[in-house]
Design a protein around this ligand. Structure first.
Ligand code: GLN
Length: 555
């Protein structure tokens, strides 16, 4: 379908588009703002969709270091995406898809593929219109009966990379009509302590810059450390050409789950409905979110979980994990305090000294050798001291290696990921089944987008702890890995007290291990944290936190 046909199509359906841009500084929490607005609109009966457009040149964040980009979020359909998609899912409950995340890398790849294929019929290929058309094509794709499509533009207005995106959304506003499109600009009001004032000038400049691209914001969402005085709101409205009631304060919240409630109180959703001329809309019902905030503020107790990983300097790298633990706490009316433990440092430290004050131990996903011996040390401590343990992906692989080394006595048990000469208890997967089709990989193949990614079914052993926890014998969970525990060690593992209690439907891939003679010791090859939501906490996290609470009573 050509872009003009797509525009015609969209004109005949009801979807309204809200574009969220950011100004002044990065890290303003645009993702959270978008997700929160979506939640509030949902609570008023609207169907929402959230999308992220990232101006960087990588095809996806999959090959980026977590220090660069934070966590890589994985969708059911196997897209490696920005962590904001995690916020979107956690808040809206709508599973994100490949069609919800794009980068400049993907856009250019599509344009160049078309050029090579001869699709442009001899034209000179340019940013406008070819790149901008591709961006518009992404925005308008895969839309059915949504009331609102919220598109967050990554980066900060003024970035060179972001310009084609701003041009594309400007064009869309022209083509679809301003009544179908709303622009929300998120900015920062810095507080100058010496003057005792919030400063609006950076916001004014940022809006001017947006106007230079032909975009007039309809709402300004001002991140601010304190309440914004009415006269400052008036000033922003006047100088930025925005209705005063559409200058919304976004104050720092004690919990991210309070943000939808705060926005609604500030009148954000009313302003959106007013903008689009929507009348007789039911009031927002955020009672479920109020319950969550209430538990977070008044928990029955606090439980400390030790997370042993190598990216503990940048907690964004463990975003979903952090949230899933919070959700597990909410379900138990408890606050979860996370003790972040640097696995590399743990190598040179006494495990007892570092771990005796935590009630549960979690080893998350990871890549590469650095810090692995520290993880194995923590796992050994959890196994021997009967501390509840959850190993996720790499954490499960390390748990298997630990049992092989310390219980089965195979001293050089390891993974081919970083030790080619080890006894390869964990090895590279070169073939597996996906929806009945064989996936094949090679040792020297591309790294980007080639892992075993996305949702796969897993069958659970009846009577196992995991089957009890899930309340089912068949589950579907999201994966992101290249290595796998080798099934040929199953009998040795069994003899060492570790059982495989979850496997792929063809029986070839071990997905879950358990130590039965332990209060709670589970390793999973998938990432349960990606599917946990505050309103639907993941059963593994609920159970793990519960076991840790029970253990805390023993400490
Ligand atoms: N590095 C391991 C693998 O590729 C684990 C990956 C992960 O923890 N996500 O299999």
């Amino acid at each position: 379908m050509t872009i003009n046909e797509k525009i015609k199509n969209i004109l005949s359906n009801k979807a309204k588009f809200i574009f969220i841009t950011g100004g002044v500084v990065s890290s303003l929490g645009k993702g959270l703002a978008s997700a929160s607005l979506a939640t509030v609109l949902q609570s008023r009966g609207f169907k929402v969709r959230l999308r992220k457009l990232d101006p960087y040149l990588n095809v996806d964040p999959g090959t980026m270091s977590p220090y660069q980009h934070g966590e890589v979020f994985v969708t059911d359909d196997g897209t490696e995406a920005d962590l904001d998609l995690g916020h979107y899912e956690r808040f809206s409950g709508v599973p994100a898809k490949r069609a919800d995340s794009v980068t400049t890398g993907i856009i250019y790849q599509r344009v160049i593929d078309k050029e090579r294929h001869g699709d442009y019929l001899g034209a000179t290929i340019q940013v406008v219109p070819h790149v901008t058309n591709e961006i518009k094509d992404f925005i308008l794709s895969d839309i059915t009966d949504e009331d609102f499509v919220l598109c967050e533009i990554g980066g900060t207005v003024g970035d060179i990379e972001g310009q084609p995106y701003l041009e594309a959304i400007r064009q869309l506003a022209y083509e679809l009509g301003r009544e179908r499109i709303m622009f929300i600009h998120v900015t920062l009001l810095p507080y100058i302590g010496a003057a005792g004032e919030l400063k609006t000038k950076p916001t004014q400049h940022s809006v001017k810059q947006l106007q230079e691209y032909g975009i007039q914001p309809d709402m300004i969402l001002c991140r601010s450390p304190i309440q914004i005085p009415e006269n400052e709101k008036r000033k922003i409205a006047l100088f930025c050409n925005v209705r005063e009631e559409n200058v919304i304060a976004a104050l720092d919240a004690s919990s991210i789950y309070e943000v939808p409630i705060n926005y609604s109180k500030e009148g954000m959703d009313d302003a959106v409905c007013r903008y689009f001329g929507l009348k007789d809309v039911p009031a927002a019902d955020l009672s479920k979110w109020e319950h969550i905030v209430n538990v977070l503020k008044n928990p029955e107790g606090t439980v400390t979980i030790g997370v042993v990983g190598k990216y503990t300097q940048l907690l964004e790298a463990y975003k979903s994990l952090n949230e899933a633990l919070v959700h597990g706490g909410i379900a138990n009316n408890y606050k979860v305090k996370i003790k972040w433990i640097d696995s590399e440092k743990l190598e040179g430290e006494d495990a007892e000294a570092e771990l005796s004050d935590v009630s549960g131990i979690l080893v998350p996903g990871g890549f590469g050798q650095r810090g692995t011996e520290g993880k194995i040390k923590a796992i050994k401590y959890a196994r021997e001291n009967k501390v509840p343990f959850l190993g996720i992906c790499f954490g499960m692989q390390m748990a298997v290696i630990e049992t092989m080394r310390d219980v089965a006595g195979i001293k050089n048990a390891g993974t081919t990921e970083f030790s080619p000469d080890c006894e390869a208890v964990v090895g590279l997967m070169t073939e597996w089944d996906k929806d009945g089709a064989k996936q094949i990989r090679h040792k020297d193949g591309d790294l980007g987008g080639t892992m075993r990614l996305g949702a796969y079914e897993c069958e659970l052993e009846s009577g196992s702890k995991v089957a009890q926890i899930y309340g089912s014998n068949k589950i579907s969970e999201r994966h992101r890995h290249r290595y796998e525990v080798n099934m040929k060690y199953e009998s040795v593992l069994n003899k060492s007290g570790m059982s495989i209690t979850g496997r792929s439907p063809d029986g070839k891939l071990p997905e879950i291990v358990e130590i039965k003679d332990h209060p709670w010791f589970i390793g999973v090859q998938f990432h349960p944290e990606l599917k946990s939501r505050p309103l639907a906490p993941h059963p593994l996290f609920v159970s793990f936190v519960k076991a840790s609470i029970n253990n805390s009573r023993l400490i």
